[in-house]
Design a protein. Structure first.
Lengths: 228, 555
């Protein structure tokens, strides 16, 4: 932190601490002397470990965010949520068909969605959570996969849902079914895997691994470069 | 929002943009690639590894006498956290065929393949499962799939990027299994970016001679990691998971083979013992050691634990004198200092320019070369842009991407980056990004062969913790690949080993012996490792923690 930064008060577990303005919730907690062991992970907004509920000064609303991505405001009240003990059904991805039946069987709870949009409001990734739940209810799995793509499994949607839906777990199933069954297969990929299995490049690679440094260097600096 | 004085420099970037756009559209190289001599010169003079004090000789253990990154030596020359006499090794708390330490993509791949090969697996991790560097990777995963590409070209790129020091067998395994790794991931349900005919959308990365970077928007690592995590969670019959329990030491048996580990529960502060027929280290790297004071892209738990515990059982380390600084870490706004700005931004056409808006390096040199050129521009040449917080950086001209490929390209291909900067009021479709190299990757690690075996029986390593695959510099997209290729290999070979392994009496006597060596060189008794978690407590707070021996999580 640069010197002479103005300070502000935040409340952690109900107690007030002075922290530098511009701190994120995580850096504010650390500044106050909390050494975090849970409720913290990548610290860059990708892993979803630091789901946090907070309330701003003078406001009654409980808001949700990621502790590593939310800048504190003066008088903010903070409580972290280390993880959400949500249900995750077990399945064999090779036996699940990419249609609505999969979700009727594995996530029947989805169909209780009341359309209140609380999940969407809670999402720190600005995902249209309710829209992908509705897509799943319609059986549009590819749409749900696309809408939910940026999900980081913080669990805040499920935590705030009045219908007890586990949105983020249903979403990973939608994406897996899309990636496996619904997106077109790459013809080049199948071909290359087969070529390699048949030992197509084996001899040349073997030769290269046995070559001296100078030979390899020459081939490296002589190789033609195509960008894209 | 950028302050007014930075706006003046941004104006210059905007002024040179049309000319640079023309150059990019011309199809010619926008800046000449460096020759071998130029590369060496910029490395020697500007790469942090080549600075005085960057390395020192390690005085104990298997690599004794070798020059290694200073901060790593400090972790190796330290006492154990545990007292071996406290442990009843006759009655371990857990028994398993294969113990996997670390729950990122390497640990997940290893667990799945070990289970598939008949082993019962215990997967243990410091944070939650999946909270890892694997999850944070954005740009892509390399595989030579397209018709005008092939594994031989990929091999040359890997070796050249690594300065020809890589272990050839490892590089060969990496490139040969790359297409199959992509295929495996696709069949597990990873949504790789594809055209309507199924052709994979691929981009160039630094040091690649073909566009072979497969991506899933700019959440590539997350898309891979969360998919295989879901698969791991679907196998509770074969894979048992323990979270928030880092390994603090390995256990050996009386034959000298690795045969399990000691876990430390971060919440109840208990220690637990695991007896395992085979053990796989997949603990990742060391960014949180903040080498040479650098900010890092790495997650909170990246503290080189795997290196330390492996070293204490006698495993050899390789290339631990080299550190990867990612050329483009964020330096502004201050909340995201050191965060990763994916190489895919340059892959899509963004150009690095100085405070006058001038090009000074090819955008896609191998990472160490690119990073060194950025440092040269900001130091010797004085052409960087200062931040109010005292950092310096150069511009990465992201708006150029949309000029090249149309509006909406950034939202479609870089949603994570767009969101990251939007949260702090910077619109990267309109304004450039201020960047400087940031501590990113452990190029070396615990030496392995192409079966992921180490110099100690029963101990296998996969992922960033391993050393040899990438030589002294890894290229973009080869880490994601390495996690899958060598994660799977480690799982297969550890399961095979476990089938034959004989269980004999367990011991921690190697810890007692190692501690004696540490004492002999006069290390302060308070200095223990592995670190487990970094400590960001300010001095003003520490002064009041009178009863706390505050180092890592040891209270």
């Amino acid at each position: 932190m640069p010197k002479n930064v103005p300070m502000m008060k935040v409340y952690i577990l109900g107690e007030g601490f002075d922290v530098p303005e511009g701190s994120t919730i995580i850096s504010a907690m650390e500044y106050a002397g909390f050494q975090l062991t849970v409720g913290v992970g990548c610290r860059e907004g990708f892993c979803g470990a630091c789901a946090t509920l907070y309330r701003e000064k003078g406001d009654y609303k409980l808001q949700a965010g990621l502790a590593c991505q939310t800048v504190v405001t003066d008088g903010m009240n903070i409580a972290q949520i280390p993880f959400v003990p949500a249900e995750k059904p077990i399945y064999d991805i090779n036996k699940v068909e990419p249609d609505i039946e999969a979700f009727k069987t594995l996530y029947p709870i989805l169909f209780r969605c009341v359309g209140c949009n609380t999940c969407t409001k809670a999402c720190p990734q600005d995902i249209e959570v309710m829209d992908y739940v509705q897509a799943l209810i319609r059986g549009d799995i590819a749409k749900a996969a696309d809408l939910s793509f940026d999900c980081i499994r913080c669990g805040l949607c499920a935590l705030r849902c009045p219908a007890e839906i586990v949105q983020y777990n249903a979403a990973i199933l939608a994406r897996r079914l899309t990636g496996k069954y619904l997106l077109p297969k790459s013809p080049d990929l199948e071909k290359r895997v087969k070529e390699i299995a048949e030992g197509f490049y084996e001899e040349e690679l073997q030769k290269l691994t046995k070559s001296d440094k100078e030979t390899v260097k020459k081939r490296y600096y002589d190789r033609d470069i195509k960008t894209g | 929002m950028y302050p007014e004085y930075m706006r003046k420099s941004i104006k210059k970037v905007e002024k040179t943009r049309p000319e640079r756009l023309k150059l990019a559209r011309s199809g010619k190289a926008i800046f000449p690639m460096m020759s071998e001599e130029e590369r060496q010169e910029v490395l020697d003079n500007f790469h942090p590894d080549y600075k005085k004090d960057a390395r020192k000789k390690v005085r104990i253990g298997p690599n004794k006498g070798e020059s290694i990154t200073t901060e790593v030596v400090d972790e190796l020359e330290a006492y154990s956290r545990i007292k071996p006499e406290y442990f009843d090794l006759k009655h371990p708390d857990y028994e398993t065929d294969v113990l996997v330490i670390g729950a990122g993509s390497a640990g997940f791949s290893a667990s799945l393949l070990a289970a598939e090969n008949g082993a019962d697996v215990l997967l243990v991790t410091k944070l939650r499962i999946g909270d890892s560097n694997s999850m944070m990777a954005q740009g892509g995963i390399q595989a030579a799939v397209l018709p005008d590409d092939n594994p031989v070209l990929h091999y040359l790129d890997v070796i050249g990027g690594g300065h020809f020091d890589n272990k050839p067998d490892l590089a060969k395994a990496l490139v040969s299994e790359a297409p199959d790794a992509i295929h495996w991931l696709q069949e597990l349900g990873v949504m790789f970016d594809r055209n309507e005919d199924g052709t994979m959308l691929t981009k160039s990365g630094g040091g690649t001679c073909r566009p072979r970077m497969h991506s899933a928007r700019d959440y590539t690592g997350a898309a891979i990691c969360r998919t295989i995590r879901d698969e791991v969670l679907n196998r509770p019959d074969k894979i048992k998971i323990l979270e928030h329990q880092p390994v603090v030491e390995l256990i050996k048996d009386s034959n000298g083979n690795v045969a399990g580990a000691v876990l430390y529960h971060l919440e109840n502060r208990n220690y637990y013992t695991v007896k395992a027929k085979a053990t796989i280290i997949a603990t990742g790297g060391f960014g949180r050691l903040h080498i040479k004071g650098y900010e890092t892209t790495n997650h909170y738990g990246a503290t080189a634990d795997g290196l330390v515990i492996a070293y204490r059982v006698g495993a050899n380390l390789l290339f631990m004198d080299s550190v990867q600084y990612h050329p483009t870490g964020a330096v502004y706004p201050p909340q995201i200092l050191g965060f990763l700005c994916t190489e895919k931004i340059r892959g899509l056409g963004a150009q690095p320019v100085n405070s006058n808006g001038e090009l000074f390096v090819h955008p896609l040199e191998p990472r160490d070369i690119e990073a060194s050129a950025f440092i040269r521009e900001c130091t010797e040449r004085g052409m960087g842009i200062d931040t109010p917080g005292g950092q310096v950086g150069i511009w990465l001209d992201s708006p150029l991407i949309e000029k090249l490929s149309g509006p909406g390209t950034i939202k479609k291909n870089l949603p994570a980056m767009l969101r990251q900067f939007e949260r702090f009021d910077v619109d990267i479709t309109k304004d450039p990004i201020l960047v400087f190299p940031t501590l990113h990757y452990q190029n070396g690690g615990i030496e392995i062969n192409d079966h992921c075996e180490t110099s100690v029986n029963g101990l296998f390593v996969a992922g960033e913790a391993s050393g040899g695959i990438h030589g002294r510099n890894r290229l973009m997209g080869n880490s994601q690949l390495d996690l899958i290729v060598f994660g799977r290999r480690a799982g297969i070979y550890a399961a095979q080993y476990a089938k034959k392994a004989k269980t004999v009496a367990l011991t921690l006597s190697h810890i007692t012996e190692y501690d004696k060596e540490v004492e002999k060189i006069g290390v302060d008794k308070k200095h223990i490792s592995p670190m487990i978690l970094p400590d960001y407590t300010p001095a003003s707070v520490k002064e009041r923690q009178h009863t706390t021996d505050y180092q890592g999580t040891l209270r």
